[in-house]
Design a protein around this ligand. Structure first.
Ligand SMILES: [Fe+2]
Length: 512
């Protein structure tokens, strides 16, 4: 637990230091988007900030690259200074800083701060990993629609200060402006109420300018800034960072744009994502094909996390887009269809086979366990955007993890519904061998408009141990060499930015 003093420090926006130095004609605080760290290794971490005195209008920086000073301390009181230097914030990257801090000690906390001219950022705390650690605490977050709720869950997460936050995407949403206020939806036997509590800053985003301003809008949230300042993050985008349900080079609505137009849009989305995330590598461009290296392995003592990219290399969805479930069709079973792509599938198979960790985590944007969206006397309906839409690829992966991979744990997001599930060797047959567990987080703030259907069909999904589609929040994982404990934290009121959080459910994998 971090102290209240530090928590206040972490959540504060940049402080102005009186000085005659006014460099680069920056006329107001450029540290409006906070600080962040990510991609923690035993000896390194990425430190991030972005200079943006006018964050919702392209940043508001004068032309040219800017030198940013940074200092790193070994203690929260900032007495033991271990690094002091400067790093470039390139204009071409929207004046974002991605500093790889090398030569650190494993399993240690560090505190850092940026400054430029007369301005100083808030203080961030980060932590390197340690392979040999006996325990670790990790948090899981996803799906944070700005409009449909506040981010109080992140304030609770920041106070807990995990070793790392795993974010599985839908960090921003690409849609336009909703009408403020209450909206009611009638479902058989219940009337659901949703609220739009704040508004997006533009119509649907498609250009680099739009994506930058949208990321900046989300990053302006003080609770989100606090969670970034409290812990390092590892991040992998899902669909809404670009376009709903996109797959490789196919947008949600291919009839509404040319493929070239979508590729240009994707490049803008990827570039803005890099500019706002504490990640090491920018997108690469080959001709007009852009790609981001998002998947990778991270070791946190007893847990080896395999962060997956289930969006960029997948075959297009098939059978139709019935929601929340679509009746299946023969195209779904085509063994050539892929979710991870050949290269990532090979990397994952090798990483899992070589792992000596007690727990092997698959951090997947989308649900791996099945969920049946029709009663037993009707043809099966499933979510074609999730692993359910890619059964051959799922079978290949489950075959790998059935063969000697220690304690597989799948983490997932996307569906705005908390669920603790058992994964079986034949995922649709609960009488087949249980081979792992899945913890789907709920959402930070995004609605689950299909919560009625989730509840109604709970009984035809007997592999589901815990289900809550009705509340927003995040997951905590306490992992030791022997035990994995998942705690579902939920916000009391998603429409109150200062809502308290509480524990909804605690589960241990050996008891599931
Ligand atoms: Fe989402």
């Amino acid at each position: 637990m971090i102290s209240r003093r530090l928590f206040v420090g972490l959540t504060g926006i940049g402080l102005v230091i009186p000085s005659s130095l006014a460099r680069a004609q920056i006329r107001s605080n450029p540290f409006t988007l906070g600080v962040a760290s990510g991609s923690p290794r035993e000896d390194s971490v990425i430190l991030w900030t972005r200079l943006a005195p006018d964050p919702l209008q392209g940043g508001g920086m004068p032309a040219g690259d800017v030198e940013v000073r940074y200092r790193v301390w070994e203690d929260a009181e900032m007495r033991r200074l271990v690094r002091e230097d400067s790093v470039l914030a390139p204009e071409a990257d929207a004046h974002s800083v991605h500093l790889k801090l090398n030569g650190l000690k494993p399993g240690r906390e560090y505190w850092y701060r940026f400054s430029v001219g007369d301005y100083e950022s808030n203080v961030g705390r980060t932590r390197t990993i340690s392979r040999g650690a006996k325990s670790t605490k990790l948090a899981l977050a996803s799906c944070q629609n700005w409009q449909s709720g506040f981010f109080a869950a992140y304030a609770d997460m920041a106070a807990w200060a995990p070793d790392c936050v795993i974010h599985l995407g839908d960090y921003i949403y690409e849609g336009g402006v909703s009408t403020l206020g209450t909206r009611q939806v009638s479902k058989p036997g219940e009337l659901q109420t949703f609220q739009t509590v704040r508004q997006h800053n533009s119509p649907e985003i498609t250009t680099l300018w739009d994506y930058r301003n949208r990321h900046a809008l989300y990053k302006s949230d003080p609770s989100l800034q606090a969670a970034h300042a409290a812990s390092p993050w590892i991040v992998s985008m899902d669909d809404h960072e670009v376009d709903n349900n996109w797959a490789a080079n196919v947008p949600q609505d291919p009839w509404a744009q040319t493929q070239l137009e979508f590729k240009v849009r994707k490049l803008a989305a990827f570039k803005a994502w890099y500019e706002h995330m504490p990640v090491e590598r920018p997108p690469t461009l080959s001709g007009i094909e852009t790609s981001l290296q998002m998947y990778g392995t991270y070791r946190f003592g007893p847990a080896q996390v395999h962060l997956l990219d289930t969006r960029q290399h997948r075959s297009d969805q098939v059978c139709g887009s019935g929601f929340p479930g679509q009746e299946t069709c023969v195209d779904r079973d085509d063994p050539s269809r892929t979710l991870l792509g050949t290269e990532q599938e090979e990397w994952l198979t090798n990483a899992l086979k070589q792992s000596d960790a007690e727990f092997n985590v698959l951090a997947s944007q989308i649900w791996m366990a099945p969920y049946r969206f029709s009663p037993v006397d009707e043809p099966a309906r499933a979510n074609m955007d999730a692993w359910d839409g890619y059964p051959a690829a799922r079978s290949r992966l489950l075959e790998t993890i059935s063969n000697g991979v220690a304690k597989p744990v799948v983490l997932s997001g996307d569906w705005h519904c908390a669920a603790a599930m058992t994964i079986h060797a034949d995922p649709n047959n609960v009488r087949s061998k249980p081979i792992g567990h899945e913890f789907a987080g709920t959402s930070i703030s995004s609605d689950c408009g299909w919560m009625h259907e989730m509840d109604q069909l709970r009984d035809v999904n007997p592999h589901v141990r815990h289900l809550n589609a009705r509340q927003r929040g995040y997951c905590r994982f306490d992992v030791s060499n022997l035990h994995w404990t998942t705690t579902y934290r939920i916000v009391d009121d998603p429409y109150n930015p200062n809502s308290v959080c509480r524990t909804d459910k605690e589960l241990r994998t050996h008891e599931m």
